[in-house]
Every structure is written in C-alpha cells, then in structure tokens.
Design a protein around this ligand. Structure first.
Ligand code: MRU
Length: 361
C-alpha cells in the first residue's frame, strides 16, 4: 500500500535503525513497492538504476543515505569518522554525473559533519539526520514556490506540454516542471497536460501520467514524436520541464529529448519554461558545454520495456540520458525566488547574489 506523507506519496524516508526506505520508481505504475536499503552498495544501485530518480530527489536521497550510513561508521574519533563519511559520499556521488543536486547535497552533508566536528560522534550522527530532514523540508518549500511562480505563467484553459518526470516523485512534493499542474488542480484552474512518454526509460508514461492521473489533473500521454503535431494543432500554449543542471548562461540539462521540444516550441512560437530550484543551478559552470552528460546502457534502447528485443544485440546504440537546451530557446527559468530571464547570468546574480559574492571579492 502506498505510504502517505500528509496526503502526499512519500518517496524517501528513514526506516528502522540505519536504513532508508524508498518508493521503487522502476516498478511504477503497476506496482507500489517500498525498498528498505541498508548498505552503501544498495544505495548506490538505487540511484544508478533509477529506483530513486529526478535531480532534487537524488540529492535528498543521498543526504538520507549518508545520515543512515553514518550510523555504521565504526571510528574511534572524528577524523576516522569523517574519512569514512567522505569515502561514502564520494561513492554515492559517483552513481550519476549530470544532476547538480547529488554532488551539492553530498557536499552539504560533509560540511555539516565538519561543523559538528568537536562534538561526540553520536551528536554528529544526529546532526546529519537533522540536516537530511532539513534538505527535504527546504525542497518542499522550494517546489511550492516554484509551482506558484510557474502557475503565474499559465492561464485557465491552457494546454501545457511536459517532458520526462519533474513531479512529486522526482522531488519531495509538488515537483518543479510539473508542480504548477498540481497547484492549478488545487485551485480549480483548468489545464490540460500533454505528457511526452520520454523514451527510452518512459518516465513520462510510467511516472508523470500516473502522478497526474492520480491527482485528477487532465492529461494526455503522447509519444515523443507527436509533440510537433499537438503544437501545430494549437493544443499547447506553453511547455514546462524540469532540469538537472543549469549553467550560468542559462543552458539547461534535462532528460534527453528536452532540447528537441524547445526547438519545436520556438518554431511554433510557444513559450518554453525550465523550472528548478537553485540547488540545480551550478554557479561554477559557465555554459552547457561544461555539463557532463551521463551515458547509459544500450540495453535500455534495444530491449528494456519490450516483450522481446527490438534490435539485434550487435546494433550500435547511442544512449545519452540528458541533453542541454540552449539558453536562446528558453523563455524563462523559474526558481524559488522568481523567474529568471536572459541574460541569465545577470538574472541569477540578482536573485542569488550570495552565490556570486565570493567571486567578486
Ligand atoms: O534520468 P532521470 O529520470 O533522473 O531524469 C530526470 C529528469 O530529467 C527530470 O526532468 C529532472 O531531474 C528534473 S526533476 C524535478
């Protein structure tokens, strides 16, 4: 049975002892299965296999995982404990390269441990659990704010096209790229969402259309190659997507296929919005050329989700998990502090001056 968090599906939580419980996103929508993870290997695999996925969610999960694993670090003093924690953090961080949130939250947990370095190890462990919960609570708040700003860009009766999954499962609550749709539903604003199925891993079909359907948001699932047609038919007034890493110039990495949607939107004169928390903006990354794109197993293209393989095993496959949408195709980047517009660097600087302060002095 689905476990609820105040009426919301709970995707990440602490379990008994030093464990983390996640909703296995690879089994949705047909089965609601919770996994109890206790080892570093299980936690690494959960990220790598996308049992937990979505940029904010893997950041939150890494924080919970480190807090849980900290219970098993048997060191005599803080230095030994910290070395163990740092090694575990590096291991989890190496599970996926593209989303900024994973590295950022691992770093934040290590910083937390150092801040409590002079205290007994039990206090450090307890501080790490508190920090993980704080990271999740902050994400809930950011998603809510992003959803408010995003909803302000839409009108009653609009059709909105989205790609991949950037809803509650990919975050904590509401979501980013899809958060405005849930808020609209709560407020009686009528939207119709077109969900790209999102080949090859079908996050749009398996997760987004599932979440929207469960919430009673009107939606239509389309194959990725139908986006142009629905836009041409006038069914789409805006596109909204999430993001995995945003560069200072506004280039935004998101699920493979996102940049194609942006190109189509520009052709048809439809605004294209990227929605994401500041934890996804990489303030040290100048342009999208600096973003590492994860390459995944070709089997995901050839055979996964098919009853039988759809290509010969020897067929060469190219399977990048993400692409970068050029900033010139993006109408606005919606953050928890407001909507950034080109030139993005200046816009980020205005809303997030604290991330630029160090570089200026
Ligand atoms: O490979 P995934 O499923 O983790 O990719 C997820 C996406 O691309 C999402 O759109 C992105 O992480 C934003 S989640 C709020």
């Amino acid at each position: 049975m689905a476990q609820q968090d105040g009426g919301h599906l709970e995707n990440i939580r602490f379990g008994q002892g030093d464990t983390v419980v996640i909703l296995d996103q690879t089994r949705l929508p047909n089965e609601t299965v919770y996994l109890t993870l206790s080892t570093a290997q299980q936690m690494y695999d959960a990220i790598a296999r996308l049992q937990v996925r979505g940029a904010p969610a893997i950041g939150i999960f890494a924080a919970y995982a480190l807090a849980a694993l900290a219970g098993g670090i048997g060191a005599a003093d803080f230095d030994g404990f910290y070395d163990g924690l740092r090694a575990l953090g590096a291991y989890l961080d190496s599970a996926r390269p593209t989303a900024a949130n994973l590295h950022r939250m691992v770093t934040r947990m290590l910083d937390t441990a150092r801040r409590h370095g002079g205290e007994p190890l039990e206090s450090v462990r307890s501080a790490l659990r508190g920090e993980a919960r704080a990271i999740r609570a902050e994400d809930i708040d950011m998603c809510r704010r992003i959803s408010e700003f995003g909803l302000g860009l839409l009108h009653d009766g609009d059709g909105v096209l989205t790609h991949c999954n950037a809803g509650p499962l990919a975050t904590s609550r509401y979501g980013t790229g899809q958060g405005p749709f849930y808020l609209a539903k709560e407020r009686g604003i009528n939207l119709h969402v077109y969900c790209d199925e999102t080949r090859p891993l079908l996050q749009g079909a398996r997760l987004t259309s599932y979440e929207l359907q469960q919430a009673g948001v009107p939606c239509t699932l389309i194959c990725d190659n139908m986006a142009s047609l629905v836009m041409k038919q006038g069914k789409v007034q805006a596109c909204m997507v999430g993001c995995d890493r945003v560069a200072l110039n506004g280039d935004a990495a998101n699920k493979i296929g996102t940049s194609g949607v942006a190109v189509l939107a520009q052709y048809y004169g439809i605004p294209f919005y990227v929605l994401g928390p500041s934890t996804t903006i990489d303030f040290a990354c100048e342009t999208g050329d600096d973003i590492v794109i994860e390459q995944r197993d070709p089997a995901e293209i050839r055979e996964m989700f098919y009853r039988e393989p759809m290509a010969l095993p020897e067929v060469d496959c190219f399977n990048p998990a993400f692409d970068v949408t050029d900033h010139t195709l993006i109408t606005g980047i919606v953050t928890e502090r407001g909507i950034c517009r080109a030139p993005y660097r200046e816009s980020f600087q205005k809303l997030f001056p604290e991330h630029f302060a160090a570089a200026e002095h």
